[in-house]
Design a protein around this ligand. Structure first.
Ligand code: NAD
Length: 353
C-alpha cells in the first residue's frame, strides 16, 4: 500500500509477557517505587485476587472485589474510599475489561499508578479510554491519565477463561483491529499491529476451542489481544464500535457477545468503501471481510444473532435512529436505511452478502 501522510502517537506502556509472568507483580511494584497496592477484581475472580494479595504479603494493602460491567461511578466511589482507607499507593487490576475499567476510573480521580494483569482479550489495559456509567448513562472519555503504567500478560491466567468467553472476547479484539485498519487516523504502525493481531487471533481461537488448556494457543491469543487493544488505543473507531456502544448502552446487551454478532455485518458494510484497507485481514478469512468473519464466528460457535442476546425486533427502529443520531467519521456514509437493514440481518443472524 502506498505510504501517505500520517501522524503516529505511541501510548507509553511497559509490557511484561509470558507464561508465569504474573509472579513478577511484586518486582514491578517495587520498580514503580510503590510499597502498598490495592488489588482489584470482580466477585467472580475474588479468590484469585486474594491469592495474589497473599503472595504479595506486606506489599498488598487489601482486596477490593466489587468490579462490575460498565464501571458504575458508585462502585468507583467505594473503591476510592477503600484505596484511601488502606493507605494504598498503587492499583493492581486482575481481570478483564470490567476490573481494568475500575482501576482506570480510580486513576482518573487520583492518578494512582496501575499494574494490570489482564485475563480476557478485551484490550482495555493498553488504551487511554475510560467508559463509566452515571445515572444509567454510559459515557467514554480519553485521557492519558487513565493509561496503565505496567501490563503483565500471563497466558496461564487465561486458561480458566471459558471457551465461549474466550471466543467472544477474541472477536471483540479482532473488531478493534478491523476498525483500526480503515480508521481515518490510521498509520503504518497501527495497520501493522492490526493485521498481526488479527492473524494471531485467527490462528489461536480455533485451537482454544479445540483445547482450552493449549498454553501456546493461549499465549498467541493474548499476544493478538495486546496488539488489537493497542490499535484501539491509538486510532479512532467508527461504525462498529458506535453500534455496539448503542446496543450495550441503550439495550443492555452484553459487551463481548454484541461485538461478536455485529462484526461480520459492520465489516461487510464498510468493505464496500474500504476494501483495500481491509484486504490483508479479509485474506485471512477467505477473501471476504463480512462473510468470512461470519463463517469464522460460526466455526467457533460464537453467537450470530442479536435476537439470541435478548434484543427485541421492535427495538431495531430505535437502535437505527440512535446509531445515526450523532454524526461521526466512517469510511462509508452512515445512512439510516442501510443501517436498519444491517441491524435486521444481525438480529436474524443472517450471513452478510
Ligand atoms: P469482564 O471483565 O466483564 O469479564 C466477564 C466475566 O469473566 C467477569 O465475571 C470476570 O471476572 C470473568 N473472567 C475474566 N477473566 C476470567 C478468567 N481468565 N477466568 C475466569 N473468569 C474470568 O469482560 P470483558 O469483556 O473483558 O470486559 C468488558 C468491559 O470492558 C465492558 O464494560 C467494556 O466496555 C470494557 N472495555 C473497555 C475498553 C477500553 O478501552 N476502555 C476496551 C474493551 C472493553
Amino acid at each position: 500500500m502506498p505510504i501517505a501522510k500520517f501522524t503516529y502517537v505511541a501510548n507509553p506502556a511497559r509490557i511484561v509477557f509470558g507464561a508465569g509472568a504474573s509472579a513478577r507483580v511484586a518486582d514491578e511494584l517495587r520498580a514503580l517505587g510503590r510499597r502498598r497496592a490495592l488489588v482489584l477484581s470482580t466477585p467472580v475472580q475474588k479468590s484469585e485476587a486474594e491469592a495474589l494479595a497473599g503472595r504479595l504479603g506486606g506489599l498488598a494493602a487489601g482486596v477490593f472485589a466489587e468490579a462490575t460491567m460498565h464501571t458504575p461511578i458508585e462502585v468507583t466511589d467505594r473503591a476510592v474510599a477503600a484505596y484511601e482507607a488502606a493507605g494504598a499507593e498503587c492499583i493492581i487490576a486482575l481481570g478483564g475489561g470490567s476490573t481494568i475499567g475500575l482501576g482506570k476510573a480510580i486513576a482518573w480521580r487520583n492518578d494512582a499508578p496501575q499494574i494490570v494483569v489482564p485475563t480476557t482479550y478485551a484490550g482495555s489495559e493498553v488504551t487511554p479510554i475510560l467508559g463509566q456509567t452515571a445515572d444509567g448513562v454510559k459515557s467514554a472519555l480519553r485521557d492519558p491519565r487513565v493509561l496503565p503504567e505496567v501490563v503483565i500478560y500471563d497466558p496461564e491466567l487465561t486458561l480458566s477463561l471459558p471457551v465461549k468467553m474466550s471466543v467472544n472476547s477474541g472477536l471483540n479484539a479482532i473488531a478493534h483491529a478491523v476498525e483500526g485498519l480503515y480508521a481515518q487516523d490510521r498509520n503504518p504502525i497501527s495497520s501493522l499491529m492490526a493485521v498481526e493481531g488479527v492473524r494471531a487471533l485467527h490462528q489461536a481461537l480455533p485451537a482454544i476451542v479445540e483445547n482450552p488448556t493449549d498454553l501456546t494457543a493461549r499465549a498467541t491469543a493474548l499476544y493478538g489481544s495486546w496488539l488489537c487493544g493497542t490499535v484501539l488505543g491509538a486510532v479512532g473507531m467508527a461504525l462498529h464500535h458506535k453500534l455496539c456502544h448503542t446496543l450495550g448502552g441503550s439495550f443492555d446487551l452484553p459487551h463481548a457477545e454484541t461485538h461478536a454478532v455485529m462484526l461480520p455485518h459492520t465489516a461487510a458494510y464498510n468493505a464496500i468503501a474500504a476494501a483495500r484497507e481491509l484486504a490483508a485481514a479479509a485474506d485471512l478469512f477467505g477473501g471476504s471481510a463480512g462473510g468470512g468473519l461470519y463463517d469464522f464466528a460460526a466455526r467457533l460457535g460464537a453467537p450470530r444473532a442479536l435476537r439470541d442476546l435478548g434484543l427485541k425486533e421492535t427495538d431495531l427502529d430505535r437502535a437505527a435512529d440512535l446509531a445515526v443520531k450523532n454524526s461521526y467519521w466512517n469510511p462509508r456514509e452512515i445512512k439510516r436505511e442501510p443501517i436498519r437493514t444491517l441491524l435486521q440481518h444481525a438480529w436474524e443472524g443472517a450471513r452478510p452478502a
